[in-house]
Design a binder for this molecule. Structure first.
Ligand SMILES: Cc1ncc(COP(=O)(O)O)c(C=O)c1O
Length: 390
């Protein structure tokens, strides 16, 4: 059947403009608009990890292809990082360097899913994960979860997930610390997830991109290291968040060796390898970035608390976002989008909660790391004024 001029049905609903309506309004408004919608940082990365620090005289063939599995120096640095962070010695064969966690999850989806398969996605969720699944002509099954943790037993959480499993379910996606709520999943929730996965023989996709951005007294346990996760879990990590290297596009995947062989095969046909200069910078970040991260974490923690104060809600336990239920702040007859439009008119761009799940149209996601402390104070002042003008 000829297709021209149409694209494949699986690509039709995909868009790079999850925030488009509000962004267009911001552009039409003109003037300064504070971008609290993008999950990025105002901090420059560790000097030795920056693009300009990678030099051909120090690394001959800097711009050649890297091995598909990844630059050996980066894999070594990652193995050391995992050992330090989570106390686990991973086998080298199980690790694959990726062009960021977005590409990593796409490759995982391509490797594990067939059209029509289903993936359970506890909601609200990172906006791109839904499209990552749909891109594969698979079904993203949204299960409201993170805003329902409080006061529920492990058995109740298990029942919520279990009820959505069908014979087409292949995987369950777990992200902790979490985008957008900033929650760190408690042991009872992780155990519930593990029981559901074991009962139905599901893969677990563990998204660890915020593993080093926690505001709890000690680092959260890495979910994938739990004995009830490890045999069935594919893990993704990223240098984007904790190291401020989102533009470098460096991440990792690891999991059971047999699956990793197939993942490496699919990776060969997607980007082949991650950019070599940035892999070398990433190795420096992993080896030398401890103090940089500690400082970033302290600044982000402060920003998280100030942002939570502005909305009068509890601060997040990790990550770079606050997820706020706007219902107490809406004018009579107003919906979440109406409130966000008023916010844009005041000069602050936030992400509509609907990007994180179909149940969250009256919520908003606020990134507290995308601008520095002075700009954040200005943006929060404007938000406070919108909150007050009900
Ligand atoms: C939960 C989550 N997973 C994955 C990603 C993608 O990260 P990367 O920049 O490594 O592609 C993000 C980025 O916002 C995220 O929040």
């Amino acid at each position: 059947m000829p297709r021209f001029p149409h694209v494949a049905p699986s690509s039709e609903g995909l868009s790079d403009h999850v925030f488009s309506r509000l962004a267009a309004r911001a552009q039409a408004r003109g003037g300064r608009v504070y971008p609290l919608h993008v999950g990025d940082t105002w901090l420059e990365p560790l000097p030795s990890a920056r693009a300009e620090a990678q030099r051909t005289d120090a690394f001959p063939r800097l711009h050649n292809y890297a091995p598909v599995q990844g630059e050996p120096a980066l894999i070594d640095a990652f193995l050391r990082h995992v050992e330090r962070r989570s106390g686990v010695s991973l086998s080298r064969a199980c690790v694959q360097v990726m062009s960021g966690a977005t590409a990593a999850l796409s490759v995982v989806a391509d490797t594990l899913l067939s059209p029509g398969d289903e993936v359970i996605i506890p909601a609200p969720f990172w906006p791109l994960i839904r499209g990552t699944v749909r891109r594969r002509s698979a079904v993203a099954v949204e299960v409201p979860f993170f805003d329902r943790l409080h006061g529920r037993t492990g058995a109740e959480l298990e029942a919520m997930l279990d009820a959505r499993v069908t014979e087409r379910t292949v995987a369950l996606y777990v992200n902790t610390p979490h985008n957008p709520t900033g929650a760190v999943l408690p042991d009872a929730a992780l155990a519930a997830i593990a029981r559901v996965a074991a009962r139905h023989d599901l893969w677990i996709w563990c998204d660890e991109v915020y593993e080093d951005l926690y505001y709890t007294p000690s680092p959260p346990v890495s979910a994938w290291t739990r004995p009830d996760f490890s045999e069935r879990t594919i893990v993704v990590h990223s240098l984007s968040k904790a190291y401020g290297l989102a533009g470098a596009r460096i991440g990792f995947t690891h999991g059971p060796e047999a699956a990793m062989g197939a993942i490496r095969g699919v990776q060969t046909f997607s980007t082949y390898c991650a950019p070599r200069p940035m892999q070398l910078g990433a190795a420096r970040a992993l080896d030398e970035g401890g103090a940089w991260i500690a400082q970033a974490r302290a600044l982000y923690r402060e920003a998280a608390h100030r942002t939570a104060d502005a909305f009068g809600v509890a601060p997040p336990e990790g990550g770079t976002f606050l997820f706020v239920d706007l219902r107490p702040f809406l004018r009579p007859g107003e919906d979440g989008m109406g409130w966000l439009e008023r916010c844009v008119d005041a000069g602050v761009l936030l992400t509509p909660g609907s990007a994180s799940g179909s149940d969250y149209g009256s919520w908003a996601r606020v990134c507290f790391t995308s601008v520095g402390p002075d700009d954040l104070a200005e943006a929060l002042g404007r938000i406070r004024a919108v909150l007050a003008s009900r």
